[in-house]
Ligand binder design. Sequence first.
Ligand SMILES: Nc1ncnc2c1ncn2[C@@H]1O[C@H](COP(=O)(O)OP(=O)(O)OP(=O)(O)O)[C@@H](O)[C@H]1O
Length: 348
Amino acid sequence: MMPPEQETASITTATSNIGPSSIVLADWTETLTVHAEPSVSSVNNMSSCSQDDQTFQAQREPVLSRFTILTASLRPVTLKFADVACTVSLSTKGNWLTSSEPKSTRTVLNGVSGIVRPGELLAMLGPSGSGKTTLLTALAGRLSGKVSGTITYNDQPFSSSTKRKTGFVTQDDVLYPHLTVLETLTYAALLRLPKKLTEEEKKEQAEWIITELGLSRCRHSVVGGPLFRGISGGERKRVSIGHEMLVNPSLLLLDEPTSGLDSTTSQRIVATLRGLARGGRTVITTIHQPSSRLYMMFDKVVVLSEGCPIYSGMASRVMEYFESLGYSPGFNFMNPADFLLDLANGDL
Ligand SMILES: Nc1ncnc2c1ncn2[C@@H]1O[C@H](COP(=O)(O)OP(=O)(O)OP(=O)(O)O)[C@@H](O)[C@H]1O
């Protein structure tokens, strides 16, 4: 049921809001702007991936030199995945509860394909257990050995260079509960940024992230943990995203960045991700049940049902595609994400 990728249209949609000078990330309490990024045309005119990247890079350089150290290291990544499958072993040996059983396997992903270019935000949708996290982990290069199919980054296999360009925000973030937001990001900056930067420059980058992600109000609050209260869930997610943003990843993958958050905070986080994508990054996120407002911010979606793709392509074309197959929502104004989840659950 998966349609072919329709790339020409996707690029136009994905980049239509890119401005030449600055990008508003999200409407947090502070005014948030991110440095100048590539012009619309630099991404719109892409024809092949490698050519895309060269054009993109060439047009970025003069602009980048005016901005932060973080932006200057950006290297666009085009991620392609084809026929990705993953099988896991279920039981290997018996224990005192169960008798010894023959080794069995389960296919948790099967035949998933897609492409995400710099400037695009791709969302993976599907019911719980459909394989979203597994696919995200595979795309982050963290499932080697268990995955078949092809996953390439600028037409190359995963490498240590790709790893350096990749940020991965997991569902269960690991942050030190006793540190404040400022301390968390400053220590991360001191440890993770290149040695060629001075301590002052590294601290500046941590400050920059705090402003960009609207964390100024809670900069001196402790992160907290299960045993004592700290910052809110949404702020915590933003600290985790900031932690990965510090190394200015060209490829950013996030597992459920909006889980447990109210719709306004979720919208701000997705707007931030979209802003990061518009800055020339390739951004991929899993998401459970996005509202229609969130759905509209996605450039592309991959919809999984029991590990199999039922759609991979432009977010804006999904209804049109399923209507052409004879599936349509019962009424006019249905959230596309709800419709897709009903389909993936086999409820339509
Ligand atoms: N190593 C493993 N061993 C056994 N089963 C696994 C393993 N990894 C994944 N699975 C199974 O694969 C399926 C897909 O898991 P995955 O975490 O990718 O789903 P998901 O769509 O992200 O779910 P959720 O939305 O609930 O987080 C699940 O049924 C899970 O139990």
